[in-house]
Write a protein that binds this ligand. Sequence first.
Ligand code: SF4
Length: 182
Amino acid sequence: MIVAEAGTGIGKSLSYLMATIPVAVQNNRKVVISTATVALQEQLLNKDLPLFRRITDQNFSFIIAKGRQRYCCAEKLSVACGADGGQMAMFETKPKASDIAQLQLMYEKLAQGKWDGDRDSWPKPIDDAIWQTIVSEKHSCNNSLPAHRGCPFSRARSELDKNDVIIANHSLVMADADLGGG
Ligand code: SF4
């Protein structure tokens, strides 16, 4: 494990990437980078890791790991955009027609594979009130049903296994450690 703390612009990121990635790739191991802020995760994803891969000619893949709450529940979304009685029960107050239209669009895009269910990858900001009706939550999740194989959160988690470098955050890494790690 490496813990890096230094002023902005000193070169922490490139230093720890140089120290870890070639060794990990050589030994078929994963590198998990844990950051404190979303801004730093995005910097690694969009700038530091692509730059490092380009200048070193290393062949590795990377991905960002997000918490469950960044993904929608496909089951809730299908109910929320439906026209049956179950739909209304999901909202604390009567939803606006524009909210239902947005949910229907999200449902279609998810079904067509044109949206991955990640809140951050939807082209416009999603209102908190809408998101709360469809967010993936552990306590309401029953992933044993075959119909839930297309679950956005489960799919995102299985993608982590296919990548060499995982950009996470402290809370995810600590939660994972609390569960025994791995
Ligand atoms: S597995 Fe859980 S979170 Fe995923 S779609 Fe099914 S109920 Fe929702």
